[in-house]
Design a binder for this molecule. Structure first.
Ligand code: N2P
Length: 357
C-alpha cells in the first residue's frame, strides 16, 4: 500500500516537473529551441491567421508577445533575459538600437521578397542600406474625429483641440514622442526640438488641454471612439483607418502645422536564438499576398508595392492613409535625440500624465 502511494506520488511529481519544463521552454524567458521563434510586436499589429500559416508552412512554433510603445520594447530588450528573435521598432528606436549594438545584421540573400518593397521606404537615414531593418508598416499621427458628435465641427489644426467646447472628448495615444510632438507642433516648433524652454512650454500647453482629455490609453482607445464614447482621438493613422472602417461618420486629418511621419521596421535583436527562422519569418511577411492580407486586417499602410494589387482599390487610393509625397514632405520623422533628450521627453510626458486626475 505504502509502496503504491509512493509510486503514485513519484508519478505526480515527475509529471508536474515535465509540465513545468514544457512551459519554461515555451516562454520567451526560456531556452528557445531552433524550432521556436519569439516575436515581439506592437499590439493589434498582425493578422494572427498568418502566424498559424507560417507555423504550418515551416514547422516553426511561434511565441508571440506584444508591447505598446517603443520605450517599453527597448526597456525589455535592454534588460536582457529575453530571447526575442524579431522586434518591430520605429525608426528613431532602430537608430538607437543600432548605435547601442543591439541588432544583428540581416542577410539579404535570405530575403528575396525584399524586392516587393517600394524604394521610397528603403535606405532611409535611420538605417542606411537596410543593414538591420526591413519595412513593415508606415503612417502618420493625426486627429480622428466624429463630426456627428460635435455639431458638424471639422478639424484642421492641432490648436483646434484646445477649444473649451471639447470638454472630456479627447482620447490621447499613450506615447511620449507623439503627445510631446503634438504640443511642440501646436506651438510651431519641430517635434524633434531639444531646446529645454520649448519642451517645458510644450508640456505646459499640454497641461492646459487637461479638461478636454478623457483618457490617455493604448489600443483600447479605438473602441472608445468607435462606440462614440469619445468624439476625438489623437492616433496613429492605421488606428484611424480601423476606427473608420467600423464607424463611417468618423474622419481623419493630419493637422496643418505639421505632424509625424513614421516607419515601423522588422529587426533581429541581439537577443535572438533563431536567426535562420527570423529571416524565414521576415521573408514570409514580405510576400505580396501575405502583406496584402496583413494590411487589410490591421488597416495600417503597407510599404509593399506588390501587395497593393491584391488590396481593395478604395483602400489604396485613400489619400488620408496613402498620403501624397507633397503631404509627407511637410511631415517630420522622429530623430533619435539621444539618451538625455529622450529622458527629458519621457519625464515631461509623465508630468503631463500626472496632471490628469
Ligand atoms: C498598432 C501600433 C502602431 C504603431 N497598434 C505605430 N508606430
Amino acid at each position: 500500500m505504502t509502496k503504491l502511494i509512493r509510486a503514485f506520488l513519484a508519478i505526480v511529481l515527475v509529471s508536474a516537473g515535465l509540465l513545468y519544463l514544457i512551459h519554461y521552454l515555451n516562454s520567451s524567458q526560456g531556452l528557445a529551441s531552433g524550432n521556436t521563434l519569439t516575436i515581439y510586436n506592437w499590439g493589434d499589429y498582425i493578422d494572427e491567421e498568418l502566424i498559424d500559416r507560417f507555423e504550418e508552412e515551416t514547422g516553426i512554433k511561434v511565441i508571440y508577445e506584444t508591447f505598446d510603445s517603443n520605450e517599453a520594447m527597448m526597456t525589455k530588450i535592454e534588460q536582457g533575459g529575453t530571447t526575442y528573435d524579431i522586434a518591430v521598432p520605429s525608426e528613431y528606436m532602430i537608430d538607437k538600437m543600432r548605435q547601442e549594438d543591439l541588432l544583428i545584421p540581416l542577410d539579404h540573400s535570405k530575403l528575396p521578397n525584399l524586392k516587393n518593397i517600394d524604394e521610397r521606404f528603403m535606405d532611409l537615414p535611420f538605417d542606411p542600406g537596410n543593414k538591420y531593418s526591413v519595412p513593415y508598416f508606415w503612417g502618420t499621427v493625426g486627429i480622428v474625429f466624429n463630426p456627428t458628435m460635435l455639431d458638424g465641427k471639422e478639424f484642421t489644426s492641432w490648436n483646434d483641440l484646445w477649444d473649451p467646447s471639447l470638454k472630456n472628448e479627447i482620447i490621447l495615444v499613450d506615447g511620449a514622442r507623439e503627445i510631446m510632438g503634438m504640443g511642440l507642433n501646436s506651438l510651431g516648433y519641430s517635434l524633434n526640438d531639444t531646446n529645454r524652454d520649448h519642451l517645458i512650454e510644450a508640456k505646459e500647453k499640454l497641461v492646459k488641454l487637461t479638461p478636454n482629455v478623457k483618457a490617455i490609453v493604448g489600443d483600447e482607445g479605438k473602441v472608445l471612439i468607435q462606440n462614440e464614447e469619445a468624439a476625438i482621438g489623437i492616433v496613429w493613422s492605421g488606428d484611424a483607418a480601423d476606427i473608420m472602417w467600423e464607424n463611417e461618420d468618423i474622419d481623419y486629418v493630419v493637422p496643418s502645422e505639421g505632424s509625424n511621419l513614421w516607419f515601423d521596421n522588422m529587426v533581429i535583436p541581439k537577443t535572438a536564438k533563431n536567426i535562420e527562422g527570423a529571416h524565414q519569418f521576415i521573408n514570409f511577411m514580405l510576400d505580396a499576398e501575405v502583406a496584402a492580407q496583413n494590411t487589410e486586417y490591421v488597416s495600417y499602410s503597407t510599404p509593399n508595392k506588390e501587395a497593393l494589387q491584391y488590396m481593395p482599390e478604395d483602400m489604396v487610393t485613400d489619400e488620408r492613409f496613402y498620403p501624397s509625397p507633397e503631404l509627407t514632405e511637410r511631415l517630420e520623422v522622429y530623430e533619435n535625440l539621444g539618451k538625455k533628450n529622450l529622458a527629458i521627453y519621457n519625464q515631461l510626458f509623465l508630468e503631463f500624465k500626472m496632471a490628469q486626475n
